[in-house]
Ligand binder design. Structure first.
Ligand code: TPP
Length: 1131
C-alpha cells in the first residue's frame, strides 16, 4: 500500500484509537491515530482530488503519517492482510473498517442533536467505507481511488470532529494559560462571550485556529475521543457541554500544566484526577477541616501581628492556604506509609509552619520574640531560619511521623540540595529504596524559585540513581512579588515554575482563594509522588498582604496592587462565608473556631512570658541523641589498623574481579592493578591505596562511606579506578571495595552531575543524617569549589555555631600550583582559613592532656593539606574516631598521586600509628644545631623543596617541616620544632601567591607562639610568590621563573659544584632508568600476566562476596538493594 492511500484510509477511520505496541518506541502510544491530522491543503496536493474545500489548517498540524511511521503501518497492514488476528484488535478494526463497539448507549442529551462521527454512520455507509477502504488498499492508482472516495465522504462532519478533538487537546495543553489563578485579579483571563452568552476564559492563545469555531454553533453533539474523560460515562456531549466542562477543569481556579510530560501513563493518570466528573468534591467534614486549618494559619499570623506590631516575622498572609495544603500532604502521605517528612523552606510563613505543621509549642516560638538569653554555646540565628525536629502522632491518621524543618541561611533556595541529601541519607538508613517512607517537601518563593540557579541544579539531581529522593513535592508560595520587584522584572518565563519543566514535573497552579482547589492539588500531588516517585510542583498563586516584612511599606513600590489587597477579604473569611452559605457550618461554629485558636495562642503567650532563657539546641534539626548519649566527646579512638587488614584490603583492591564473573577488564587497568599488587607486596602504599585502606577499614567497621563528585569513580587524575567497566558488556561494573568483607557497610562512589553547588549541598545534607558515616565530596579541581561558595559559607563553615548542628563532611579539593593555569591550581586555601574561627592571638593550653581533641572540638572545621597516603588514611578515619563530628577540608594532591616519594610504608598505618598534624624532618632532627634554616611548609611544595635542597646540597642546614593540619593550628608541635632548631632562621615557604595560601593564617599564629616563648627573638619570614589577583599564571615560562625565584630566595643560586653533581646524577639516573625500565617492564608484564591468569583461572585472593553490579543502585552490605543498613547483630 502506498503512503498516499494509507493516509486517506486513516483519515476515514480517524476516531479510532489505535494501540501501538510499546516496543516501537518511535511511535509511542501517546500518539493515538485519532490525533493524527493531515491538513486538507496537503491532502489536496497529494491527491489532486476534487474533495470539498475545507478551511486551511495550521502548518504545525501533527502528522505521523510519514516516513518510518507509514512504513511501520504498512508492515502492520501486510501482517493483518495475512492474518487479521495477528495484529492488535484496534488495528484490525482500523484496517477492516469495522466500527468500534460502543459499550454505553448515547445519553438522552447527546441523542438530541447527535452529529454522527464518521465511523458511526449508517451501516450502509460503513459498508461503503469498508469497501472503499478495501478498494483503496488493493488498488494501485491513488488518483482514481481518491477521486472516487471524495464525494462519498462527509468532510464537514470529519472536520468538525477533528476540530472538537483539537479543542479538547488545546484545553488540556494550554488551558492553564487562561485559568483564573490570580486572587488579585491583576493577571486575569481575558475571556470571550459565546453565542449563548456564556463567558469563557479560553482565549486565542489557548484555542489558536479553533478560537472562532467554539463560539458559533454550540448545540451539535460530538463523540468524545478516548483522550478525554470529561464525559464520564457519556460517549457524546453537545459542544456547549464539552466547552463548559473543559472550562471548569482547565480554566477555572486550577491551571494544570501536565501535557509536557512525555509519559502517557502519567498524563492519563493526571487527566483522570482532574477530568472525571466529580473529581473535585469534598464532604462536609472535609470542608470543615480545611476551614479549621485555615483558621489556625490566619489566626497565628493575626495573633503575632497583634502582639508584635513591628517585629519581622515574614507572615504568610495572602498565602494562608499553604498550611492546610501542607497538612493535607502530610496526612495523606502518612496514610500511604511515609514515616518521615523533611521540609526545606525560606523565611515566608516559616513560624506558621513550625507552629501549625510541626506543632512546636507556640510558647517556644513566642519566646523567640522576647529576646531571651541562650544558655548554650553558639552564635544562634534569627527566628525564621531555625530548624526543628519533631516526632509526633498525626491525629488524623493515627500514625507516628517525624517532621524535620532543615535550618537554613538567608540565601534563598540554597537549602534545597541539603534537604534532598538529608532525605536521601534517611532513606538509606531506613532501607527505603523507593521513597515510600521518607518524603522531602521544599517550599519556595516565586521570585527565588525562578531566579536562583541552585533550584535548577537541585532539580537535576531528582532522577540520578545515587541522588534521587524518589520524588520531592515542591510548594511555591507565590505572592506575585519578590521583595519590591514585580514578576515582569524578575523573570522571562511565563510562570515562576517553568524551571521544573526540565524534569518533566507536573505543575499545578492554583488560586489561593479557592481552598478546595488547593487541597485537591495537594492530594493529587501527594498521590502522584507516591505512585510515580517523581517531583511535582504546586504553585499557590496568592498575594502578600503586608510588605516584604511587616515593617515595609508596600505602597511605595506596588501602589495599585496594594490598593486591591486592602479591599480583599481573607481566604479564611471567604471560605467561611461559603461554608455558611452551603450550610456546612453556622456562623456560631465559625466564631467558636476562631476563639478556640485565639485562646490557644493567648495561653501560649502567657506561658512564654515565664521564660527567661532559651537553648539554641532546642531548635536543632538533626539531634543525633543516641550518638551523643553518654559519650566522652574528648575521647579519640585509635585510627591505626592491623597489617592483616591492610593485606586483605590490598589484595582485593589490587585484584581483578573474581574469575567466575567473567569480567573483561581493560588491559591498562590490569597493569594498574599489577602495579598496585607490587606495591602491596612491598608493603608500600601510594595515594590510591591510602584512600582505599581508609574506605575499606571504615566499611569493615560498619561505617557507611559515600564518595561523590565529578568523575570520582575513576578519579579526575585517573588514580582511583574504583569502578571497573566490563569491556564488552554495557553497564556491567565492578567495585572491589564493595566486596571486601561479607558483613561490611556500604561503600558508594558516584560520579555526580556537573554541579558543585547542588552536589556539595546534597552531600552536606547527607552527612547530617547519620554520624556513623563518612561522606566525602571531591571537587574536580579545588578551584571550582567557589561555585558552591554559598554552601561552604552558610552551611559548612557556620552551620554548627548557628544551628548547633554537626557534620563530618569531608571536602577533597585538588590543589597545588603545577603550571596548569589560574583556574586549575588553587582550592583557595586562604578563604577556608580566613573563615576558621580560632583566635590568632590566643595561645591555647597545650599542656591540657585533651589538647588535640579539644582544639578539634572547638574549631568550626579542620583544614589540612596532607602530603602522604598514610596521613590521608588517618585523617579520614579520624572523622569517625572523634567523639563529635567536624567538617574536614583537605587540599588534595594532583601530581603527588603518582609521586614516587609520596608513598607510605605499611607501618605508618599500623595500630601504633596515628594522624600526624605535622611531619618533622627526620633527616635533620639529629643534628639540629647544624640547621640554619627551619622551613615550614605544607602540601606538594614540600616535595619541590626536598628536591631543591638535595640539588643545592643543603640537606644538613635546611630542615623541612610539613604542617599537615593547618587549622586548628598545631601550636604544641610547632613549639617543639622551634625549640629543637634553636638557632635556625624561621621561614614559611609557600608556592601560592603571598595574598593567598596559608601565609595570612599562619603568620599571626606563629607570632602568638613565639611571643609565648621566653627569650625568643625570632619571628617567621615569608618566601614565596608575590601577591597577585589570579591564583596562578597560565604562562609556562613565567611559572618556571616564579618557581626558580622563590627557590633561589631560599637556597641561593646553585654553585658550579652543585650543577656538575646534578649533571653526573642525571646521567647516572638515565642509564639506570633505561635498565630499570627494561627490567621493570618485564616484571610488570609478568605481573599483568599473573593478573590476567588469575582472572581466567580464578586464583585471586578470595574477595568478600558479590558479583559485578549492573547499573542498578549499588547493593548494601547484605547484598540487599541500596540503602539497607548493616544488621547490628551481624557486627
Ligand atoms: C540569594 C539571596 N538573594 C537575595 C536575598 C534577599 N531577599 C530576601 S527575600 C527576597 C525576595 C524573595 O522573593 P520570593 O522568593 O518571591 O519570596 P517572598 O519573600 O516573596 O515570599 C530577597 C531578594 C536573599 N535572601 N537571598
Amino acid at each position: 500500500m502506498n503512503q498516499w492511500r494509507l493516509r486517506n484510509t486513516m483519515l476515514l477511520r480517524f476516531p479510532f484509537r489505535v494501540h501501538v505496541p510499546l516496543d516501537r518506541k518511535w511511535l509511542r502510544p501517546s500518539c493515538p491515530v485519532s490525533q493524527l491530522k493531515l491538513s486538507h491543503r496537503q491532502l489536496k496536493t497529494d491527491s489532486s482530488c476534487n474533495a470539498p474545500k475545507a478551511p486551511a489548517k495550521s502548518k504545525d498540524s501533527d502528522s505521523l503519517l510519514n516516513g518510518t511511521n507509514a512504513i511501520y503501518i504498512e508492515e502492520l497492514y501486510s501482517k493483518w492482510k495475512a492474518n487479521p488476528k495477528s495484529v492488535d484488535p484496534s488495528w484490525d478494526a482500523f484496517f477492516s473498517g469495522k466500527p468500534r463497539l460502543v459499550s454505553t448507549k448515547p445519553s438522552e442529551t447527546s441523542k438530541r442533536k447527535h452529529r454522527r462521527p464518521p465511523m458511526e454512520s449508517s451501516s450502509a455507509r460503513v459498508k461503503s467505507r469498508s469497501a472503499l477502504s478495501t478498494r483503496d488498499i488493493s488498488t494501485t492508482n491513488p488518483t482514481t481511488s481518491a477521486a472516487a472516495a471524495a464525494p462519498a465522504m462527509d468532510w464537514k462532519n470529519i472536520d468538525d470532529h477533528m476540530t472538537v478533538q483539537a479543542i479538547i487537546r488545546a484545553y488540556q495543553t494550554r488551558g492553564h494559560l487562561a485559568a483564573d489563578l490570580d486572587p488579585l485579579g491583576i493577571v486575569q483571563p481575558l475571556g470571550t462571550t459565546s453565542v449563548d452568552g456564556t463567558k469563557r476564559n479560553a482565549t486565542e492563545a489557548v484555542l489558536r485556529q479553533h478560537y472562532s469555531y467554539v463560539f458559533n454553533d454550540l448545540n451539535a453533539a460530538f463523540k468524545l475521543p478516548s483522550s478525554t474523560l470529561i464525559g464520564g460515562n457519556e460517549q457524546f456531549l453537545p459542544l456547549k457541554e464539552i466547552l463548559d466542562r473543559l472550562e471548569r477543569i482547565y480554566c477555572g481556579h486550577i491551571g494544570v500544566e501536565y501535557m509536557q510530560i512525555t509519559s502517557l501513563n502519567k498524563t492519563n493518570w493526571i487527566r483522570e484526577r482532574f477530568e472525571k466528573p466529580g473529581a473535585i468534591e469534598f464532604r462536609p467534614d472535609e470542608k470543615r477541616l480545611i476551614l479549621e486549618r485555615l483558621t489556625r494559619s490566619t489566626g497565628f499570623e493575626n495573633f503575632l501581628a497583634k502582639k508584635f506590631t513591628s517585629e519581622k516575622r515574614f507572615g504568610l498572609e495572602g498565602c494562608d492556604i499553604m498550611i492546610p495544603i501542607l497538612k493535607e500532604i502530610i496526612d495523606r502521605s502518612t496514610t500511604l506509609g511515609v514515616e518521615s517528612v523533611m521540609i526545606g523552606m525560606a523565611h515566608r510563613g516559616r513560624l506558621n509552619v513550625l507552629a501549625n505543621i510541626c506543632r512546636k509549642p507556640i510558647s517556644d516560638i513566642l519566646g523567640q520574640f522576647h529576646g531571651l538569653k541562650a544558655t548554650d554555646s553558639g552564635s544562634g540565628d534569627v527566628k525564621y531560619h531555625l530548624g526543628l525536629y519533631m516526632e509526633r502522632l498525626n491525629r488524623v491518621t493515627n500514625k507516628n511521623v517525624r517532621i524535620t524543618v532543615v535550618a537554613n541561611p538567608s540565601h534563598l533556595e540554597y537549602v534545597n540540595p541539603v534537604v534532598l541529601g538529608k532525605a536521601r541519607a534517611e532513606m538509606y538508613q531506613r532501607g527505603d529504596t523507593t521513597g515510600c517512607k521518607v518524603l522531602p517537601i521544599i517550599i519556595h518563593g516565586d521570585a527565588s524559585f525562578c531566579g536562583q540557579g541552585v533550584v535548577y541544579e537541585s532539580l537535576h539531581l531528582s532522577d540520578l540513581p545515587n541522588y534521587t529522593t524518589h520524588g520531592t513535592i515542591h510548594v511555591v508560595s507565590n505572592n506575585q512579588v519578590g521583595f519590591t520587584t514585580d514578576p515582569r522584572f524578575s523573570r522571562s518565563s511565563r510562570y515562576c515554575t517553568d524551571v521544573a519543566r526540565v524534569v518533566n514535573a507536573p505543575i499545578f497552579h492554583v488560586n489561593s482563594d479557592d481552598p478546595e482547589a488547593c487541597i485537591h492539588c495537594a492530594r493529587v500531588s501527594t498521590d502522584y509522588r507516591a505512585k510515580f516517585h517523581k517531583d511535582v510542583v504546586i504553585d499557590i498563586v496568592g498575594y502578600r498582604r503586608n510588605g516584604h516584612n511587616e515593617a515595609d511599606e508596600p505602597m511605595f513600590t506596588q501602589p495599585l496592587m496594594y490598593q486591591r489587597i486592602r479591599k480583599l477579604k481573607t481566604c479564611m473569611t471567604l471560605y467561611s462565608e461559603k461554608l455558611i452559605k452551603e450550610g456546612v457550618i453556622t456562623a456560631a461554629d465559625y466564631k467558636a473556631m476562631i476563639e478556640k485558636y485565639d485562646k490557644i495562642c493567648e495561653d501560649a503567650w502567657q506561658e512564654s512570658t515565664k521564660l527567661s532563657t532559651m537553648k539554641y539546641s532546642s531548635w536543632i534539626d538533626s539531634p543525633w541523641t543516641a550518638f551523643f548519649q553518654g559519650r566522652d566527646r574528648l575521647k579519640m579512638c585509635p585510627t591505626g589498623v592491623s597489617l592483616d587488614t591492610l593485606k586483605n584490603i590490598g589484595e582485593v583492591y589490587s585484584s581483578p574481579p573474581p574469575k567466575e564473573h567473567k569480567f573483561e577488564v581493560h588491559k591498562g587497568i590490569l597493569r594498574i592493578l599489577a602495579l598496585r599488587r607490587k606495591l602491596v607486596e612491598s608493603k608500600l602504599a601510594d595515594w590510591s591505596l591510602g584512600e582505599a585502606f581508609a574506605f575499606g577499614t571504615l566499611v569493615k567497621d560498619g561505617i557507611h562511606v559515600r564518595l561523590s563528585g565529578q568523575d570520582v569513580e575513576r578519579g579526575t587524575f585517573s588514580h582511583r579506578h574504583h569502578v571497573l567497566h566490563h569491556q564488552t558488556r554495557d553497564k556491567v561494573r565492578y567495585n572491589s571495595i564493595e566486596h571486601l568483607y561479607p558483613d561490611q557497610a556500604e561503600y558508594s562512589v558516584s560520579n555526580s552531575s556537573l554541579s558543585e553547588c547542588a552536589v556539595l549541598g546534597f552531600e552536606h545534607g547527607y552527612s547530617m543524617a547519620n554520624p556513623n558515616s563518612v561522606v566525602i565530596w571531591e571537587g574536580q579541581f579545588g578551584d571550582f569549589c567557589n561555585t558552591a561558595q554559598c554552601i561552604i559559607d552558610t552551611f559548612i563553615a557556620s552551620g554548627e555555631t548557628k544551628w548547633v548542628r554537626q557534620s563530618g563532611l569531608v571536602m577533597l579539593l585538588p590543589h597545588s600550583l603545577e603550571g596548569m593555569g589560574p583556574e586549575h591550581s588553587s582550592g583557595r586555601i586562604e578563604r577556608f582559613l580566613q573563615m576558621s574561627d580560632d583566635d590568632p592571638d590566643v595561645f591555647p593550653d597545650t599542656c591540657d592532656c585533651d589538647f588535640v581533641a579539644r582544639q578539634l572540638m572547638d574549631i568550626n572545621w579542620i583544614v589540612t593539606n596532607i602530603s602522604t597516603p598514610a596521613n590521608i588514611f588517618h585523617a579520614l578515619r579520624r572523622q569517625v574516631a572523634m567523639g563529635f563530628r567536624k567538617p574536614l577540608i583537605n587540599f588534595s594532591p594532583k601530581s603527588l598521586l603518582r609521586h614516587p616519594l609520596a608513598r607510605s610504608p605499611f607501618r605508618d598505618f599500623n595500630e601504633c600509628s596515628e594522624f600526624k598534624r605535622i611531619i618533622p624532618d627526620s633527616k635533620t632532627a639529629e643534628k639540629a644545631d647544624c640547621v640554619t634554616k627551619l622551613v615550614f611548609c605544607t602540601g606538594k611544595v614540600y616535595y619541590d623543596l626536598f628536591k631543591e635542597r638535595e640539588d643545592h646540597e643543603q640537606d644538613e642546614t635546611v630542615a623541612l617541616v610539613r604542617i599537615e593540619q593547618i587549622c586548628p593550628f598545631p601550636y604544641d608541635l610547632i613549639m617543639k620544632e622551634i625549640e629543637l632548631y634553636k638557632s635556625a632562621e624561621l621561614i614559611w615557604v609557600q608556592e601560592e601567591h603571598k595574598n593567598q595560601g596559608c601565609w595570612s593564617y599562619i603568620q599571626p599564629r606563629f607570632d602568638t607562639a613565639l611571643i609565648k616563648k621566653e627569650n625568643e627573638t625570632r619571628c617567621i619570614s615569608y618566601i614565596g610568590r608575590k601577591p597577585n589577583s589570579a591564583p596562578a599564571t597560565g604562562n609556562k615560562v613565567q611559572f618556571k621563573t616564579e618557581y626558580k625565584a622563590f627557590m633561589t630566595a631560599l637556597f641561593g643560586e646553585m654553585t658550579e659544584a652543585n650543577k656538575q653533581r646534578i649533571e653526573r646524577i642525571v646521567k647516572d639516573q638515565q642509564a639506570k632508568a633505561k635498565a630499570a625500565t627494561k627490567a621493570g617492564k618485564a616484571e610488570l608484564d609478568a605481573a599483568t600476566k599473573r593478573s590476567e591468569h588469575s582472572l581466567k583461572h580464578g586464583k585471586v585472593p578470595k574477595p568478600g562476596k558479590g558479583a559485578p553490579s549492573k547499573d542498578a543502585p549499588p547493593k548494601g552490605a547484605a547484598g540487599k538493594p541500596d540503602g539497607k543498613p548493616k544488621d547490628p547483630k551481624k557486627k
